[in-house]
Ligand binder design. Structure first.
Ligand SMILES: [Fe+2]
Length: 377
């Protein structure tokens, strides 16, 4: 258990409630540890903390347009372009125009697939699951699997290198909030699964371990289970089945939207929700230094109300160590939004350790992103 030097303190002009009733003409900034769970201070500034005029050096906020990444002709997930990663998490963007030729198995960690576009069928050790846009598909490390596409698919892959994906503790709001665990689907040994077992042909399994791929060849289809029992299996969760936490009087931090977590990162999902209605409560993400985490957001669908120049299929990267927050257009409606709610779907990956940008991402960078907080003259 970590111990912090703790001294609740009020200095100068402040609000007594974070994210609400700000002193007139001020902009609130949260300086916080442990990804919104640790000690924090709220500071009230005369200027928006993102009002910079220029950025130099490697810390700048980045954005990448993954739509511009070419589809490869290899159907293996291990050929997908790595975007961002470190020793504990790897993010890849995989464009799969047709079904996988071979089976895949990740020996490096649990794999969380987020289906951005398309639809198809997962066949794995445990059976069959239909998959479509907005699905998370958690594949435990070591699972053998393949996907058949009925529509070309684009998938964000999030590998928990050396660890396991888990569900967050729901704490005060209880087990059934955000999504009921009963809504998690597991693969079925159904007619489609039995049909794909028919006929003998040679099957290859592409096994990834320590980043290197080995190939195991069988003279039969190894997805030949007739049954299974246990508490380990892939699970499917669609973003439309998430019922986001919100308060009409308080803008909840991103951590309220935690969907999965592993040892050194968390995955949060932003889904449509009404804006706060209390007149004094801010309605946009507050300015913050999330000083222990690098933040990545993948934009899936909808209108990204706090970001200009961002479209589905883009990724933003905010390395820890600087303040970020809403773009000027959203900031104008901090207290009085122009619509009743947000209709965005986005996946956030917060990493406890510094992330490296892979060459594929650098090649599709939206270089002017750091300037997008500048107020248009
Ligand atoms: Fe953030």
């Amino acid at each position: 258990m970590r111990k912090y030097i703790s001294f609740p303190k009020v200095e100068g002009e402040t609000s007594r409630q974070a994210h609400a009733d700000l002193p007139a003409g001020t902009y609130e900034r949260e300086l916080g540890k442990e990804g919104f769970f640790g000690p924090a201070t709220h500071m009230y500034h005369r200027h928006p903390p993102t009002g910079w005029t220029s950025w130099e050096g490697p810390l700048r906020p980045r954005a990448f347009d993954l739509v511009k990444l070419p589809a490869g002709d290899d159907t293996s997930p291990w050929s997908a372009a790595e975007i961002l990663g470190n020793a504990a998490v790897k993010m890849r963007y995989w464009r799969l125009p047709a079904g996988m030729r071979d089976l895949a198995r990740n020996g490096d960690g649990d794999e969380l697939l987020f289906v951005h576009e398309g639809e198809g069928d997962l066949y794995c050790d445990y059976g069959h699951l239909a998959i479509t846009g907005g699905d998370y598909l958690m594949l435990p490390r070591g699972t053998m699997w393949r996907i058949d596409c009925t529509q070309p698919m684009t998938i964000l892959m999030i590998e928990a290198t050396g660890s396991s994906d888990r569900l967050p503790d729901k704490g005060l709001v209880g087990t059934h909030a955000i999504f009921d665990p009963a809504i998690l689907d597991t693969p079925a040994i159904d007619a489609a699964f039995r049909d794909q077992q028919a006929g003998d042909r040679q099957w290859k399994v592409r096994v990834k371990r320590r980043g290197a791929v080995s190939t195991v060849t069988y003279p039969f289809n190894p997805l030949d289970a007739v049954g299974w029992t246990g508490d380990l299996a892939p699970v499917r969760l669609n973003v439309k089945d998430i019922r986001p936490l919100m308060s009409h009087r308080f803008h909840l931090p991103p951590s309220a939207h935690t969907t999965f977590l592993a040892d050194r990162f968390v995955v949060c999902t932003f889904t449509p929700r009404p804006f706060e209605t209390d007149p004094g409560a801010i309605k946009v993400p507050f300015f913050h230094n999330n000083d222990d985490y690098d933040e990545v957001i993948f934009y899936h669908a909808g209108d990204f109300f706090s970001r200009d120049n961002i479209h589905p299929g883009m990724v933003t990267f905010h390395p820890c160590g600087f303040t970020h927050g809403p773009h000027p257009k959203a900031l104008q409606s901090m207290l009085t939004p122009k619509k009743p709610g947000t209709d965005e779907y986005a996946v956030m990956i917060d990493a406890r350790d510094a992330l490296d940008i892979a060459p594929a991402a650098s090649g599709v960078e939206f270089a002017a992103y750091a300037d997008s907080w500048k107020t248009k003259e």
